[in-house]
Write a new protein. Sequence first.
Length: 111
Amino acid sequence: MYSTLPIVDSQGEQTNPADDAVVADTGALDAGMYEVLVTASSSADAQFALQRRNAANDTTVGDVIGFYTATSTPVQLIFTLFVDHSQRLRVIMDDALTGTCWVSIVATRVQ
């Protein structure tokens, strides 16, 4: 049996984050199917990307999921993703932001 305790991360409020800045990261995960909740908010329109990274955390594997937030309009997105052993899920800035943002990721293994 595997743990179903959620993995939660946020890098906290980010001010003027650069393109590709990591704003949330699960760290290495056990292999399995995960339900992933991403919550994001920003003080100006912002573009983000959810990535699945290899075990060494030096290459993105699989498709990248891009999403936007509008000024002062929080979003919550739910995904179901398969992760291989020691891969991680992370959210990065997909463009620089002049302003602030807060992003969190919650990954719960479902099988």
